[in-house]
Design a protein around this ligand. Structure first.
Ligand code: NAD
Length: 349
């Protein structure tokens, strides 16, 4: 008979199904708003974190990345891929899972799906940035790229920033139809548009969230008027950008972690000394965010490990009392810590 695993070594695991139940239990807009607050709280203590650009393994088709960080008490990492061509085979462009561990023992304390959680945390981060950078009272957002992330981005901007209208565009009209259908009844006024140019009409916030492994021009310089906030999500890998570089010459650009964003973000197109402001400094008041009505602000989002850390610790706290997890026996933990071999032998009796 197999040895019964010791209780303390069981690791809570949140499956995709349980993550979806947790989102519905909390309510998606509440969860997005709470995630934005948790991420903001961790950005306030930015200097405590161990930070490193994510470790990326590139191929012609896409990228596989590991994203680690720690605040000294808790360690986290996420495994995530980005494969724009997956969609044509019926697969997700982005999938992920992640882990939290106690720094004091190194033992994992949570393992969870993170495909859903990444969409939620990316949207919450966008909304947190927009809360500090978008024009006050912004009510309309253009959403260019209507794939897997789109509805999450729209609902986070509604819940956190208060947008009321969303203008959709995707090169594939079926993607726009899907997003419009999914958002129907959520309280946003939805307009499906037939070009990016049409989508950005009257929008104070422009979100670009397309997937293509190339230097794309989703927005060109003449399309971007004074005073808008651009939330650029899709350019997050070397050789994969969405904005014409001339837009960056007119914008004040805000980033998560410069050593990572200079390689992966829109600013990979710029000289190494192109000025950027770290978002955490805006949040702590050390740097200015939006200064005036005409300024173009650009959040050059690539996704950073601290956001995943925040999302993981939020899920761990919110799991309490829900039962929405399974205990996983993934840590060998013999009663006598030196008797790992004995544990193996006893498993054969
Ligand atoms: P997805 O493949 O589900 O959707 C992408 C959509 O973009 C598709 O509907 C596609 O038709 C559309 N598109 C492609 N080229 C376009 C163009 N020129 N104009 C308009 N639409 C176009 O991908 P997703 O999961 O929604 O992710 C979108 C992007 O966001 C990816 O590039 C992904 O790597 C990135 N991403 C970034 C973060 C971050 O933290 N910054 C997090 C998650 C995903």
């Amino acid at each position: 008979m197999l040895q019964a695993p010791s209780q303390k070594a069981l690791v809570p695991f949140v499956s995709v199904e349980n993550m979806m139940r947790l989102v519905h239990l909390i309510g998606i807009e509440t969860m997005l708003a709470e995630l934005a607050d948790v991420i903001e709280a961790d950005f306030r203590r930015w200097q405590l974190f161990d930070k490193t650009p994510r470790v990326a393994s590139h191929s012609r088709e896409g990228v596989i990345e590991l994203m680690p960080t720690s605040d000294g008490d808790i360690y986290s990492f996420k495994y995530v891929n980005g494969h724009p061509k997956n969609m044509a085979q019926g697969l997700q462009t982005v999938t992920a899972f992640g882990l939290l561990a106690e720094v004091s023992t190194g033992y994992p304390v949570l393992l969870t799906e993170m495909t859903m959680l990444t969409a939620l945390r990316t949207a919450a981060t966008s909304a947190m940035a927009a809360r500090h950078l978008a024009p006050k009272g912004a009510k309309t957002m253009a959403m260019i790229g209507n794939g897997a992330q789109a509805e999450f981005q729209a609902l986070a901007m509604k819940a956190v920033v208060g947008i009321e209208r969303i203008r959709l565009y995707d090169i594939d009209p079926k993607a726009t139809e899907k997003t419009a259908r999914n958002l129907a009844g959520c309280g946003l006024t939805i307009t499906a548009c037939t070009s990016s140019q049409a989508a950005i009409e009257g929008a104070e916030i422009i979100t670009t969230c397309t997937a293509d492994k190339q230097y794309a021009t989703i927005l060109s310089d003449n399309m971007v008027g004074a005073g808008v906030h651009i939330n650029a999500i899709g350019g997050d890998c070397p050789g994969k950008t969405e904005l014409h570089r001339d837009i960056l010459l007119r914008s004040d650009t805000f980033v998560e972690y410069p050593p990572q964003t200079r390689v992966e973000g829109e600013i990979q197109q710029m000289d190494p000394d192109y000025p950027v402001t770290e978002l955490w400094k805006v949040i702590t008041g050390e740097a200015a965010g939006r200064r005036d009505r005409n300024q173009i602000t650009l959040f050059d989002s690539v996704g950073f490990a601290v956001e995943d850390f925040s999302a993981l610790r939020y899920v761990r706290d919110r799991l309490n009392g829900t039962g929405l997890y399974q205990d996983l026996d993934i840590i060998a933990d013999p009663d006598d810590p030196r008797d790992l071999f004995g544990m193996l032998q006893r498993a054969n009796t």
